[in-house]
Design a protein around this ligand. Structure first.
Ligand SMILES: Cc1ncc(COP(=O)(O)O)c(C=O)c1O
Length: 460
């Protein structure tokens, strides 16, 4: 039972205690940093909040601003911090590696990459054959590489992605990302077709349609037939859309799609940049919740608890086909990132992080469904484990998106000490994806804050 249902008093919700004391901050002030950023950093960067906040320290699920004010991080640096900010074991592993050797490139052998790859491969189902790792510096780079590998292996060029999905910001991955059309279409998607998003909240087949998965999957089969030569290189999808607003693929959808894709000679790529490493609670990898086995899996974010690190995992024969060209990068598999990745994975595996995501995520989703009973503008509560979205609407019957309400709720949550994210095509989906060390008491606090924020939002 959460405390959210009882929150009617005027006193602000009480933040659970934390024994970490932030260090005194002696750097430039927020206003100065904002001015420097405006003058010297690209204006393409965005900030949240009417008054952007400055974060200078982190400890597990907590963030601290320059004044020492504490926030509950319910967005994990955009789903990146898997086991907690500055987790002591991860920090120690990186410190030790930094003191010994920071860089060499893969021209020479180093144990860290080999040991990390072995451990990472052991997390995939044995019969999947997913055993070869190619390390990159980001998720976008991993997706670029995955598509190049699929094209090299199949000899085909066409790729199918989903509308409103997000796969990165390189030129090629912007082409994959239906969401890059948010502002303006980017002409980067040569050879990429976008299939209908299987969105059971807004699409033609809803949660009550038992056959929704197959019906949405038909669109991919149609696209292969009508939009390609009939032979394709790959299909790429996230098991649960991240930036696109926590939309999970319907049951049976990926089984049907993977079958059509393979019949057209294509490979199936699962983008697990957000859903991997136990975050969905029910499985270590998001694809395992859908009864499918991808040919290529891409990883980033939670893999390194904040390190600039990504990876492509695939079968040996697919990796081998790519040796027809030389491929490496300067920092991929660097010893420091490898130390950070390995320590993070050890914490995830040894500390029962997946089971925790399941337990705490169930509490979170249950609490949000309770809130939904009192706040009809919570149009849809969805997700799995600690990969959760709340779609805000003006009216549950019309489902008119409520982006201004989402922005206001975000603002109010911040005022009460909770940082959540937002996303979705209309910017009206609250994204709640905390570090997986979050505690039950933090979830109750978050729900109480959200309850207040929804009750008091100016546009509510
Ligand atoms: C599902 C997904 N794929 C790929 C990316 C790109 O990762 P990166 O920002 O590390 O390039 C992201 C980033 O948000 C993502 O959410």
């Amino acid at each position: 039972m959460t405390t959210a249902a009882k929150s009617t008093s005027a006193a602000p919700p009480r933040m659970p205690p934390c024994d970490h004391r932030p260090q005194p901050y002696a750097g430039p002030g927020r206003a100065e940093v904002l001015a420097l950023r405006r003058e010297f950093l690209t204006p393409s960067l965005i900030t949240y909040y009417r008054e952007p906040i400055m974060i200078v320290e982190g400890h597990m699920q907590w963030l601290f601003d320059e004044t020492g004010r504490r926030y509950l991080d319910a967005f994990a640096g955009i789903v990146t911090v898997s086991v907690g900010h500055c987790h002591p074991r991860v920090v120690e592993a990186v410190r030790r590696q930094n003191e010994r050797l920071q860089h060499t490139t893969t021209i020479y052998l180093h144990p860290n990459a080999a040991l990390f790859a072995k451990k990472l491969a052991s997390t995939f189902p044995r019969q999947s054959g997913l055993s070869v790792c190619a390390f990159t510096n980001s998720g976008g780079e991993a997706n670029d590489l995955a598509v190049m590998m699929a094209r090299a292996f199949t000899g085909s060029f066409d790729v199918i992605a989903l509308r409103h999905a997000y796969h990165g910001m390189s030129s090629a991955t912007m082409g994959l990302s239906g969401l890059s059309t948010w502002k303006q279409p980017f002409p980067h998607g040569l050879g990429v077709q976008h299939a209908r998003l299987p969105d059971r909240y807004r699409g033609p087949w809803g949660y009550d349609e038992a056959d929704a998965g197959r019906r949405y999957a038909d669109d991919v089969a149609d696209l292969i037939r009508t939009g390609t030569s009939g032979k394709i290189a790959a299909f790429i999808a996230e098991p649960i859309l991240g930036v696109g607003g926590a939309i999970e693929m319907p049951p049976g959808y990926l089984i049907e799609v993977y079958s059509s894709v393979r019949a057209a000679g294509g490979l199936c790529i699962a983008d697990e940049v957000q859903t991997g490493f136990g975050r969905t609670g029910d499985a270590f990898w998001g694809f395992q919740n859908h009864g499918v086995t991808p040919d290529i899996v891409t990883l980033a974010k939670g893999i390194g608890n904040g390190a600039p690190l990504g990876c492509v995992v695939t079968r040996p024969e697919i990796a081998k086909a790519f040796t027809q060209r030389l491929h490496f990068n300067t920092y991929g598999a660097n010893p420091v990132s490898m130390a950070q990745g390995l320590a993070t994975l050890e914490v995830i595996l040894e500390n029962g992080i997946q089971a925790r995501a399941k337990e705490i995520g169930t509490r979170l989703i249950g609490g949000l469904r309770e809130l939904q009973k009192r706040h009809p503008k919570l149009g849809d509560v969805r997700g799995r484990g600690l990969m959760v979205g709340v779609e805000l609407v003006e009216d549950p019957r019309t489902k008119a998106p409520a982006p201004a309400l989402a922005a206001d709720v975000l603002e109010r949550c911040r005022e009460m000490g909770v940082l959540v994210g937002k996303g979705g095509l209309f910017g009206n989906v609250l994204r709640i994806k905390p570090p997986m060390c979050i505690e039950s008491a933090d979830i109750d606090f978050l729900l109480e804050v959200l309850d207040r924020a929804l009750a008091g939002a100016v546009t509510a």
